[in-house]
Design a protein around this ligand. Structure first.
Ligand code: KMH
Ligand code: ZN
Length: 333
């Protein structure tokens, strides 16, 4: 059994399992003055606010914050946390707890009964049934899967009628591994999403991934405005910092929406920055297993609760599923 904060023997290496997200504290260097909230004129971008994102809606209110729970992932193990849901039923129960805590989107991976990652469509179908039987959420299936999976394997959950799916738009070093996303694979997955009317969430781990998106837009495979998720702090890709979030956001196609998924101890600080900037945030045991230094989250729902608190502290409301559907343009593609 691995100690909390250490990688289990033989466990995949991509996600740094760092202790110590510090809830309730202002992140060092947290954004000071993106004037995106109250007081900005309705329908206009506040001075200095990042481009591309509709931050303010009528009457000067901020756009509700969409919270995503990544409840399982492919790399997190039961040795790291006994709270990891594995079976379809456990995934359904955990999704319901996350929905109750404020998550509008469930980012979904599934596992074989022995806990190893799989993209098996039958297991996805069962997990989605278990989730939908218990709560109203947007189900976002992974097409990233686990390092080393083939494109055909990775594409399987697209046959299960998810609301959304991730599209990883570039390759990166992933710990000591390589997470490969060559253009032919990305194109193929993008085509399948278009064919099924599934809204992609574009996973960007590095600045150049935004340029990859532009190429795919030119090829007619992706539409803008799009929804982006900046995954920051993977060992082998772009670091988790406010400066990087601002740079990424400044390069977004006009009107696009975005969230940040900070890895390990970066989860809450990055969420706070994103929420203050008018973006959205992702948390969950896929990316981080701790609520504070050395203290395991009892499930992703605890982390979602922390995001909801952060959102409210930033003057944001937490998006309902209907609001999330509208904000992320789910069903429009
Ligand atoms: N498990 C990672 C290698 C996604 O879900 O789209 C990839 C991943 C990305 O988790
Ligand atoms: Zn994932």
């Amino acid at each position: 059994m691995a100690e909390p904060g250490r990688r289990a023997e033989g466990a995949p290496t991509g996600v740094p399992l760092v202790r110590g997200a510090e809830p309730g504290r202002r992140a060092e260097g947290a954004p000071t003055g993106v004037p995106l909230v109250r007081g900005a004129e309705p329908g206009r971008r506040a001075k200095g606010a990042p481009t591309g994102v509709p931050l303010v809606r009528g009457r000067g209110e901020m756009v509700p914050a969409v919270l995503t729970a990544a409840i399982c992932g492919a790399e997190t193990t039961r040795a790291q946390t006994p709270y990891l849901p594995i079976t379809p039923r456990e995934l359904g129960e955990e999704a319901a707890r996350c929905a109750e805590a404020g998550a509008a989107v469930i980012h979904l991976h599934v596992r074989k009964p022995d806990g190893s990652p799989t993209q098996d469509r039958a297991i996805f179908a069962e997990a989605i049934r278990e989730i939908r039987a218990r709560c109203d959420v947007l189900v976002q299936t992974t097409t990233g899967g686990a390092v080393g999976m083939t494109g055909e394997e990775r594409a399987q959950p697209l046959e299960c009628a998810p609301d959304m799916a991730t599209l990883n738009v570039g390759s990166i070093n992933f710990g000591d591994d390589v997470f490969t996303n060559p253009f032919p694979l990305v194109r193929d997955l993008a085509r399948r999403m278009k064919a099924h009317g599934i809204r992609p969430e574009l996973e960007c781990y590095d600045l150049g991934h935004l340029d990859n998106v532009q190429l795919l837009v030119k090829e007619g495979l992706l539409d803008v405005p799009a929804h982006f998720d900046f995954v920051l702090g993977v060992r082998g890709a772009l670091a988790a910092s406010e400066e990087n979030v601002r740079l990424l956001v400044s390069r977004l196609p006009t009107g696009s929406t975005w969230s940040v998924a900070g890895i390990g101890r970066h989860q809450m600080p990055m969420a706070k920055i994103a929420l203050a900037m008018g973006g959205n945030a992702r948390c969950g045991l896929e990316d981080n297993v701790f609520v504070s230094k050395g203290v395991l989250a009892k499930g992703s729902f605890e982390l979602v609760g922390m995001l909801a608190t952060l959102a409210k502290e930033q003057g944001r409301t937490v998006a309902s599923v209907a609001e999330a559907r509208r904000i992320l343009r789910v069903g429009a593609s």
